[in-house]
Design a protein around this ligand. Sequence first.
Ligand code: NAG
Ligand code: NAG
Ligand code: NAG
Ligand code: NAG
Ligand code: NAG
Length: 497
Amino acid sequence: MASKFSAGLALFFLLASVAVLIAVAIVQVHKRSYESPGLRYGIVLDAGSSRTTVYLYQWPAEKENNTGVVNQTLRCLVDGPGISSFGQDAIQDQKTWNSMADCINRTKQAVPLDLQSSTPIFLGATAGMRLLRIQNETASDEILRSMEKYLRSLPFNFQNASIISGEEEGLYGWITANYLMGNFLERNLWNAWVRPHGAQTVGSLDLGGASTQIAFTAPLDEGIGTEGYTRVRLYGYEYNVYTHSFLCYGKNEAEKRVLAALAQSSSSTTVENPCFPVGFNTSMPAANIFGSPCTQQPPSYDPGQQLHLVGTGDPAGCRAIVQSIFDLASCHGRANCSFAGVYQPDISGDFMAYAGFYYTAAALKLGSSFTLEAFNSTAWAFCSTNWTSLKENYAIREIYLKSYCYSANYVYTLLVEGYKFTADTWNNIQFKKEVKKNSIAWSLGYMLTLSNMIPAEAKLLRLPMDNSVFAGLLFMFSALAILSLMFLIISLVRSCY
Ligand SMILES: *[C@@H]1O[C@H](CO)[C@@H](O)[C@H](O)[C@H]1NC(C)=O
Ligand SMILES: *[C@@H]1O[C@H](CO)[C@@H](O)[C@H](O)[C@H]1NC(C)=O
Ligand SMILES: *[C@@H]1O[C@H](CO)[C@@H](O)[C@H](O)[C@H]1NC(C)=O
Ligand SMILES: *[C@@H]1O[C@H](CO)[C@@H](O)[C@H](O)[C@H]1NC(C)=O
Ligand SMILES: *[C@@H]1O[C@H](CO)[C@@H](O)[C@H](O)[C@H]1NC(C)=O
């Protein structure tokens, strides 16, 4: 009798759990049909000092405030110099415009017609334009206006075309790196968004053509009211980010400063360059070096004067001349000072080094992490290799190859003597250019921020209704399944007696 009763209960719970299972399936199917509506797109033009890059991003519409859902679907490099060079050479300008139009056409083809008018397009100009603004504000305004006019003529939803500050550039790079690494939020077992357990943010090291940026988090109570610290609230959590941008310390501008230092200490127009390999000689007009606002013109300056640069491939000499362009003296003996008298708290945590940092490490055939000693000795060997063997052993275009001895010494000096990385903390740096096929660049963080896709509060991210229904049903199913199993066992045990 009792065993029949238990068997009956077992059957009841079994049927009930099957019913719940069916409900779960229905909710899931419904959820899938609800989740499949369209994609959204966003476009950023990164107007850098040496070139413009067009990025197209894509994400599922209803997830736009979640973390890690944005993917880069197109990256198009516009040929030729950056927009700050517009107006210097009409033929070159035309080439740049044509290449820009090609990139924009490829972007248009990748965005469905009906979504183009709602697709935001942004242009952010960085250090190349910051420098031009210092030299000639009328020219920089004019260029921005012409870019805006062009972007407004496109079928997209124009948002902004302006020069971003170095600190914004550093912060957006930090946001990009951490967004791509999933450091802000992750899904827990119950499908809810939470801050990853024990998650640390990663610091950001960006090396552009005309400026370089460092950004990393500091404790919340540090640096209140001090220059260099920015407080940002993302998904309900507050971060205290230290960031600084050094203008004229980008890879290309710093190389001009190295050449300027060499030229000024040479008594003739023939200039020995320890950073160029033996066997590499080149000539260039003095204007290529002294035309930049980052270099100081010598008293008797003739822009057309040809300078003959002769490679001597001397790693110690190269290290010394690179060091000489760093203003280390104004920080000398002071704690919490990087260089050029700039305040910097102690380096802490892991770092992602991208852009020029990555390209330099890649050129030396180093992986994404390596010891400081390995970096130094590899750079040393590279600098001691003559031009013929460099060309034989490295598949790098000559215009870039000739400068990697300089770059390696520059990266070394910037990280070790500038930011004060030690042999120990150096091991926390990863040299990478992308995460899951997404470029690490300020442009993504900029778009996410300007289109409000990283909410300050996490309440926007509560479980959607069907997710909590799903979780509830799953719980009921498990409970009923366990109950029916229990009664089944009871009835089996009883029926044995
Ligand atoms: C994302 O957040 C913004 C405000 O922060 C809101 O206007 C927008 O509707 C949200 N989008 C979705 C899909 O929840
Ligand atoms: C455009 O971007 C700049 C730089 O980020 C910002 O200062 C400005 O407020 C933005 N303008 C608009 C209209 O969003
Ligand atoms: C480069 O210039 C130096 C000094 O003028 C000369 O000795 C050397 O042969 C030149 N090398 C090449 C490859 O032109
Ligand atoms: C330097 O900054 C760190 C925080 O990064 C702080 O703990 C330390 O006290 C500072 N040192 C000095 C001498 O101010
Ligand atoms: C870098 O490597 C070279 C060659 O191995 C060595 O002579 C030099 O002392 C090293 N420099 C530093 C700072 O480690």
